[in-house]
Design a protein around this ligand. Structure first.
Ligand code: F6P
Length: 333
């Protein structure tokens, strides 16, 4: 493909704090490299509908500190169909856009990869999801902010839990991934952390409750959504009758985890990745994701990051047990 002159940038899937910083970096790095940059609204849905607007350095002023995504986002059903992708391609041609930077997660990259195999468009992915579940990068944009939001919320729950000598089941996001749960659980000293990557998590909670002394002032059982035993409510309903001596409550943090002003770390990662995406396009790269490994920018083929699962560092899982108050060697499952 000849030198890229016009690029599009979009955000897709669940929004994540720091997406705006990435849009800003792509826009400014693109313009400063002599490209014309277009914002594609509402992810792939806006691509299909031709909801595409010119961007300037000023358009992205004053957004680096804002949560959400200024370009809006969507989970487009139409783009899953060949007909939808055909229309999307025609719209890109209409705007003479030959490359698109996609800021999103696994599902968004899968869509880009399928379209790249059907049409001659260069796609560069930037990992943007609070889940941090993308293979080929240590961090995804939004993860750090989400973990800090969860820690802040659990610190507050801890105050009321201690005052009443209660056990709280706290549910965090992460669909099929326990990164938010493990990181925030370590940071707020959760007594039990239940993650979808491991089996029989309810047993961990059960053993903890069996050993818990009544005099404990509070306990946090952190549950990542997507564990095999079901929702946090269901887990609590199973355990409540087994331990009638304890006063238990459930708190589901939900979408507050996706909002808020991005942390400095997320803004910096997003800025680096945004600029790296433009550099990759200048180097005629396509169908790759920009990643960050050991604080260095890397390029990962899109089809690899889609296919491979990112594993939670086993040292972190061990750490939760090593520094727990109650653990005995037989507790290791
Ligand atoms: O992928 C990001 C994420 O926030 C997951 O953690 C969560 O399971 C999902 O999105 C929720 O999606 P929605 O906002 O569409 O309900």
């Amino acid at each position: 493909m000849a030198n890229i002159k016009r690029i599009g940038v979009l955000t897709s899937g669940g929004d994540a704090p720091g997406m705006n910083a990435a849009i800003r970096a792509v826009t400014r790095a693109g313009i400063n490299s002599g490209m014309e940059v277009f914002g594609i609204m509402r992810g792939y849905q806006g691509m299909i509908e031709g909801d595409i607007v010119p961007m300037s350095s000023e358009t992205v002023s004053g957004i680096i500190q804002k949560g959400g995504t200024f370009l809006l986002t969507a989970r487009s059903q139409e783009f899953r169909e060949p007909e939808g992708r055909k229309t999307a391609y025609e719209q890109l041609k209409r705007f003479q856009i030959d490359a698109v930077v996609i800021i999103g997660g696994d599902g968004s990259f899968t869509g880009a990869n399928i379209m790249a195999n059907e049409y001659d468009v260069s796609f560069i992915g930037i990992p943007g999801t609070i889940d941090n579940d993308l293979y080929g990068t240590d961090y995804t944009i939004g993860f750090d902010t989400a973990v800090n939001t969860v820690v802040d919320a659990i610190d507050k729950i801890r105050d009321t839990a201690s005052s009443h000598n209660r056990i709280f089941f706290v549910e965090v996001m992460g669909r099929e991934a326990g990164f938010v749960a493990i990181h925030s659980g370590i940071a707020c000293g959760a007594e039990v952390i239940m993650i979808p990557e491991e089996k029989n998590q309810i047993e961990k909670a059960r053993r903890f409750l069996s050993e818990r002394a009544r005099k404990n002032r509070s306990s946090i059982i952190l549950v990542a959504e997507g564990i095999e035993e079901g929702s946090t409510m269901e887990v609590a309903e199973i355990l409540k009758p087994e331990f009638p001596q304890f006063d238990m409550r459930v708190s589901i943090l939900g979408h507050i985890q996706r909002g808020g002003s991005p942390s400095a770390k997320d803004r910096i990662i997003a800025s680096r990745m945004g600029a790296a995406a433009v550099e990759a396009l200048i180097d005629q790269q396509k169908s790759i994701m920009i990643g960050l490994i050991n604080d260095e920018i890397v390029h990962v083929p899109l089809n690899k990051t889609i296919k491979m699962d990112k594993a939670i560092d086993p040292d972190l899982i061990n750490l939760t047990e090593e520094i727990s108050t109650y653990v005995s060697s037989e507790l290791k499952l």
